[in-house]
Design a protein around this ligand. Structure first.
Ligand code: UDX
Length: 448
């Protein structure tokens, strides 16, 4: 099959490379000439495990090519995916669809023969209808269908998620288009990935509903973690006890500093906005978004408390900046709020991240000192804070860390360590939701 991917960002590139690996003939398009030239040389603009090799292998095999010119490849394509960005619009939080609609107009001009236009970008309900209207207006005679096929790729595990998906959602009532989409994903049938054929609007909403639900799960366990700290319970055991119930499931119940990334914050806001526009506000999701925002800032206060109530003129070592491990993505990362809060409180910040420091430099205050590794980062610090659970922070030489630090305070916002292990090394150790209270501190709810 001939497939075109309009937009060679994260989703476009991963999807394009994986579809080429299935054996399809894929052309990835982008407006940025520099990016396309780099991709042709095999340089990948993002960090995603396995992606560079996948791109190289498929480009060498002649199944994957890159160009800025959309018209030729689209005219020959069976399916054209729109995988451009849909950032939150400044001001109202609604998804900015201008790139999607611009892509639709360009695709319309180039259509030749029956073509399935697929929205892969996360787009609000009704976007597919608008794409169809735009194309129909420009090319009344064109033979095409518009399908919604949302992605569910996690950064850091995107190739695995693409090749072994929990499900594939295909939103179209056009049977011919369903057939084309079936052919696109045929190799996945071998992995018996369930395919949900549904209406376009249902597919569009499914993506938002899934992300909002996952964000809710995380926020729920984060609130339980706060409660655990107060009542002297262990959130990891609470999560395990909950998660073993099949109706709940164990995933996305890791308490932490709040969710970040390119999807959850943006998609929850967009869903909230859509629901408000339709007069059916999603109050749970509104609360989740607000609670998560507050939580990221509260993590700064947690560090201040661990330092005895003030960080003025103290040095704080921040270990991990990206919103999660396995990526260089800093979008809506909790570290942004934490570093800013600590700096506002008078702290000096030293930071280290294995992949995200270049991205971080553009977003964090200029005073932050970037270090070459974790040990350099903690040198002279009055507290170290694990913000992202990169594997290298799971196996730190704690004796060495302690000897390098000015004061041995470790704030572990990802519960990477066991409290006894760290305290035995002489640290003051603060974690998330694994409160152990002295009996005297137990009060509320106790029998007299
Ligand atoms: C997410 C969805 O998982 C994916 O299906 C969707 O298509 C895009 O958004 P991603 O943003 O890459 O993927 O990361 P994910 O692994 O889902 O984590 C999102 C955030 O939640 C991170 O900040 C992570 O640290 C946090 N998280 C996740 C928790 O705090 N606890 C958890 O239990 C899981």
């Amino acid at each position: 099959m001939k497939i075109v991917m309009v937009g060679s960002g994260y989703v476009g590139l991963v999807s394009g490379a994986c579809l080429a690996d299935f054996g399809h003939d894929v052309t990835c398009i982008d407006k940025l000439e520099g990016k396309i030239e780099a991709l042709k040389r095999g340089e990948i603009p993002i960090f995603e495990p396995g992606l560079a090799d996948l791109v190289k292998t498929n480009a060498a095999a002649g199944r994957l090519s890159f160009t800025t010119d959309l018209s030729g490849p689209v005219s020959r394509a069976d399916a054209v995916f729109i995988a451009v960005g849909t950032p939150s619009r400044r001001g109202d939080g609604f998804a900015d669809l201008s790139y999607v609609y611009a892509a639709a107009r360009e695709i319309a001009q180039a259509l030749d023969g029956y073509t399935v236009i697929v929205t892969k970008s996360t787009v609000p309900v009704g976007t597919g209808d608008e794409v169809e209207r735009i194309v129909r207006e420009l090319r009344p005679e064109a033979d095409f269908a518009v399908v919604s096929n949302p992605e569910f790729l996690r950064e850091g595990a995107a190739i695995e998620d693409f090749k072994r998906p929990d499900r594939i959602v295909i939103g179209t009532e056009d049977l011919r288009a369903q057939g084309v989409m079936g052919d696109v994903y045929r190799p996945l049938y071998l992995n018996s990935a369930p395919i949900l054929n549904t209406s376009r609007r249902t597919a569009e909403l499914t993506k938002y509903a899934a992300n909002a639900f996952l964000a809710t799960k995380i926020t729920f366990i984060n609130e339980m973690a706060d409660l655990c700290e107060q009542v002297g319970a262990n959130v990891q055991d609470v999560a395990r006890g909950m998660g073993l119930d099949n109706r709940i499931g164990s995933k996305f119940l890791h308490a932490g500093p709040g969710y970040g990334g390119s999807c959850f914050p943006k998609d929850t806001l967009a869903l909230i906005k859509t629901a408000q526009d339709y007069g059916t506000p999603t109050r749970i999701v509104e609360t989740v978004a607000a609670v998560n925002d507050q939580r990221k800032r509260a993590m700064g206060r947690k560090v201040v408390a661990a330092c005895g109530g003030s960080v003025r003129d103290k040095t704080i070592a921040v270990l991990g900046l990206t919103f999660k491990p396995g990526t260089d993505d800093m979008r809506d990362a909790p570290s942004l709020s934490i570093v800013t809060a600590l700096q506002d409180a008078g702290a000096r910040i030293r930071a280290f991240d294995p992949e995200g420091m270049e991205q971080a430099k553009a977003l964090l205050p200029p005073e932050v000192i970037y270090c070459a590794d974790a040990y350099e980062c903690v040198a002279g610090a009055d507290a170290a804070v694990i913000v992202t659970e990169w594997n290298i922070f799971r196996a730190l030489d704690l004796d060495r860390v302690r000897s390098l630090m000015n004061a041995a305070v470790l704030v572990d916002l990802r519960n990477v360590y066991r409290a006894e292990q760290v305290r035995a090394k002489g640290f003051t150790y603060v974690d998330i939701g694994r409160g152990v209270l002295e009996p005297a501190a137990k009060g509320v709810g106790q029998a007299a």
